[in-house]
Design a protein around this ligand. Structure first.
Ligand code: ADP
Ligand code: MG
Length: 466
């Protein structure tokens, strides 16, 4: 049985060999996501990796080789296994194992949370939906305790609040590594508080540790504050903490799924939140979703040009609500193509995402129908053709052009799903619809009159709708 120091040693030796073998880029891409040794159990050395995809890649491409290198270091049989930070977290919660870094989990009161390394400003793609939140976050990180306190970031789930908040933490640490950055979720704070109150002999010691941990923060990041709802004791405690830090001029950042005014918590806490600046993150539009996909693909592929352009359109269209799902879609597509060794094409994206891409029901809801009717009406008038021409099978160029414009508008302006657009345009399949969008995009690039047509039509549509 090996002790913890030995395990670390073995991993470091293997790591060295890998470092020699691969060039820096490859090494960083594939092995840098291994952030720590977790434990030794049943002949396995568990390595903590950042996320599922890093883990997947390691297992698929490098596990065998790593185990061979490990065998050179070990007398007894020993293998590497990989565990994600998320799984570690779960395990810790389940409290089933004793991790290397926490020899006495029973005594632990505060669960420290790490800033996810990939949640940096550099990795945050900005657009209209999040520009203000991004700008304020950067400002806060450049001059904490001065500009805005607290910074209150709100918005729906999966739109990048935690990412931004952690990016502030990273940036501040980069300026001064000695800053005491404390990241927690409101839920975690409540649990820590509860544990610190728990009656036992160590009561005072434990509660002092709780106080010290939070009150010594230079930067306090509290995620998902809405979870304080229904916990008056914790709210009270948080209020105290807030006052103490605020007095000391420490920066506080809060995220929430709703504006402070809509939180169901004690009024004095709400009013504190209002002292700072609220910024929201909204749903990304099509362009931003596409940019995010193009950024994320760089973490999966060394040569992103192997992905058909239309794939981004398709994925961006399939997940309009939530960046986490959008990313999930991209990863699923990537994993599919890698596992089945097939090219990164639209056809494969459609197959890979079949079960998860948001299924838009093909039944007409009234609002959409009315909108589509209006768009059709304005467009035919603009081109001086008729609805009948539009919906006919005729391949006459001007009809085709009008159809394509409508498709483009429905998708880019109104975020309709491809399938739904196909339905409204007389049962076209999604590949045809995606193709139409690409055609218009190309035309916009080549000639300004197309853009002009679209703008004119949009203006008319929107005039009418207001
Ligand atoms: P929230 O906290 O709002 O629920 P997260 O911050 O956890 O959302 O974001 C969900 C996922 O989407 C993360 O993987 C994050 O990196 C990614 N993400 C969200 N917005 C962006 C963006 N603008 N640029 C890059 N990635 C983003
Ligand atoms: Mg979050």
């Amino acid at each position: 049985m090996m002790d913890n120091a030995e395990i670390e040693q073995k991993w470091l030796k293997v790591k060295e060999k890998l470092q020699k073998k691969y060039d820096a880029n490859t090494f960083d891409e594939h092995f840098a996501p291994i952030i720590d040794v977790y434990k030794y159990q049943n002949g396995y050395i568990f390595l903590i990796v950042l996320n599922e995809f890093a883990k997947y890649r390691l297992i698929k491409f490098y596990q065998k080789e790593m185990n061979a290198l490990l065998a050179e270091e070990c007398e007894e049989k020993c293998l590497f296994s990989f565990i994600t930070t998320e799984e570690v977290e779960k395990e810790k919660v389940a409290n089933e194992v004793v991790s290397i870094n926490q020899p006495n989990p029973q005594e632990k009161v505060i669960t420290e949370r790490i800033l996810r390394p990939e949640y940096t400003f550099d990795n945050y793609v900005t657009g209209e939906a999040n520009r203000e939140a991004f700008t304020f976050s950067v400002k806060v990180s450049q001059s904490p305790n001065v500009t805005v306190n607290p910074l209150y970031i709100f918005g729906d789930v999966g739109l990048g609040k935690t990412h931004l908040m952690m990016a502030i933490g990273h940036a501040i640490l980069q300026n001064n590594i000695n800053t005491n950055v404390v990241y927690t979720t409101a839920q975690q704070f409540a649990e820590d508080f509860f544990a610190s109150k728990n009656k036992n002999q160590k009561n005072t010691e434990v509660s002092e540790r709780f106080d010290h941990y939070y009150r010594s923060a230079d930067l306090l990041l509290v995620d998902d504050i809405q979870f304080l709802t229904g916990k008056p004791g914790t709210q009270d405690e948080f209020f105290k903490l807030f006052e103490i830090l605020f007095e000391k001029n420490k920066q506080i950042v809060i995220t929430s799924d709703r504006p402070a005014s809509e939180l169901d918590i004690m009024p004095r806490l709400k009013s504190r939140f209002a002292w700072g600046i609220p910024v929201d993150v909204r749903k990304p539009n099509f362009e931003l979703r596409k940019s995010i996909l193009k950024r994320k693909v760089l973490t999966l592929l060394s040569d992103p040009s192997v992905v058909e352009e239309r794939v981004y359109d398709y994925i961006a269209n399939s997940f309009p609500e939530n960046v986490r799902e959008l990313e999930g879609g991209l990863r699923r597509f990537w994993a599919y193509c890698v596992s089945f060794n097939c090219p990164f094409t639209l056809d494969n994206a459609i197959i890979a995402l079949e079960s998860i891409a948001k299924k838009d029901n093909n039944t007409t809801d009234e609002k959409s129908s009315a909108l589509v009717d209006r768009i059709k009406e304005v467009t035919v008038k603009y081109f001086n053709i008729t609805i009948k021409d539009l919906m006919s099978d005729s391949r006459k160029q001007e009809y085709v052009y009008a159809r394509h414009i409508i498709i483009y508008i429905l998708r880019n302006r109104y975020n309709f799903f491809l399938k739904k657009i196909g339905f409204y345009l007389g049962g076209k399949d999604h590949a045809t619809v995606a193709h139409a969008c690409n055609r218009i995009e190309d035309m916009i690039k080549d000639d300004s009159s197309t853009k002009q047509d679209i703008d004119n039509i949009l203006k008319k549509i929107e005039q009418k709708s207001e």
